[in-house]
Write a protein that binds this ligand. Sequence first.
Ligand code: SAM
Length: 517
Amino acid sequence: MDNQHNLPEAFLENMKRLLADEYGAFLNSFSEGRKNALRVNRLKMTADEFEKDAPFPVRRVPWTENGFYIDYRDQPGQHPWYRAGVYYLQEPSAMVPAAVLPVSPGDRVLDLCAAPGGKATELGARLGGEGGLVANEISSSRARALERNIELFGIRNCVVSNETPARLLERFPEYFDGVLVDAPCSGEGMFRKDCEAARAWYPDKVRECSEVQKEIILQASDMLRPGGYMVYSTCTFEPDENELVIAHLLTCRDCMELVEIPCGGGRESFARAFSMEELAGKGYDTSGYAHADTRGAVRIWPHRSGGEGHFIALLRKRAGEKHSDRKRAADKRSADGSKNIDISRGDYQLIAQFASKYAPGINIDIDRCVVKDGRVYLMPEDCPDIKGLKFLRAGLYIGDLKKKRFEPSQELAMALEPSRKLAMAFGQEAKPLCEPGNTLCRAALNDDLPADDGVRVYMSSEDKRLQSFLRGETVRLETGGENGWRLVCADRWPVGWGKLINGVLKNHIPAGWRKGA
Ligand code: SAM
């Protein structure tokens, strides 16, 4: 072990061989502080709005549209906007893989190794509610964390599955427009921020990971539709887990080609991946892969970029059109098949009535409502066939049917759009409503009385009653508003349901969602 940083000797030897002249700078980077960042949820706020209104100092991460450096001493994980799913705390290099995968609304996207959801949440947000995301995780315990993050982000059109890549491939050959493989790896890029990762490392781990990665990447590419794009990424430095895995794919699947990731536009500090020739010169076994061109992929080195270590390759399957193009063409032909209805008309009426008041932005089609043990799910419009697969959720759990009543779910609250009307000062009908960014809003929201427009209650993120509500407590409102459901918002963003009864807001945030839970 290296005395200063407790890094495994064999790892240091590998890095010396790989980095040559840059090895000293690389080692020095272990003494530098790590950079913390967050990524803004596009479904809830634009990056420009966030930059203007952020509740603590932020600075843009240069290589991605919606990433911001932050100071952890500002406790961004404690802020109500975090609880409202406005942002995800993420290491800045880890933002790159999802950022470089071309995704547009209407696409079918797969995140094959998705937990806890750092990339899946960005991919889902980029779909903007159209098309569908399959966020898969092989470990069932990790899949639960993934599910929670998808819910927190308010992503409606997602299936969270818990399957092996092989089982998914049986069901989805050449199905997806975009695939992300953020592969399990030896984690060397995380050594700087996570001493445990360094302790868990052993020389053979690299070889073991490489074997798994070579298998996964072929399965992933077989799920990609001709014309579709795939990103392969790791957080490790070893060529055996990076360039040589890409070379393996390019050698085994001649339909796949590497697409160069441009290193301009804020990505100047990224390094080009090694070529087979360079690796052979450094003593790596490139036999069988000599003709594979891997230079278009990129490496993020901590001593060059400040972020943790990453490898990212963008690939494309030759020819073909994207699903979203075909779907648009099919929509034009307005094909209309017979509809499968899973819910009684009466129950649907209850939901539709509730939705017309509280969730006007969500299209609740009767043929997309599925009822299971009284729980109502709204399936994605273009839901893949998941019968027989292990999955945690499909679409959005919108609430429960209870004795001729409909009770909305926390997941529905999180998926509802932020209010354009930031706040309505209580008791002053049609008082000019604040728009985001207007400092007057802050003043209105800091007022002692929370605003109540009969559907939503807006509380300032600085209001102590909001903290109480997030902990699951009942809150006295005294707004004089009519009794009934209220969608409680932290500033503009929904955080859960309350029921107003004679000036008292009863808390309906489920136990597992409460602050401190
Ligand atoms: N993409 C995630 C994110 O951004 O939050 C991180 C994914 S992590 C690097 C790799 C994931 O692959 C782990 O969650 C791990 O459980 C999963 N994994 C491990 N072995 C696997 C295998 N054989 N096939 C597919 N996934 C595997």
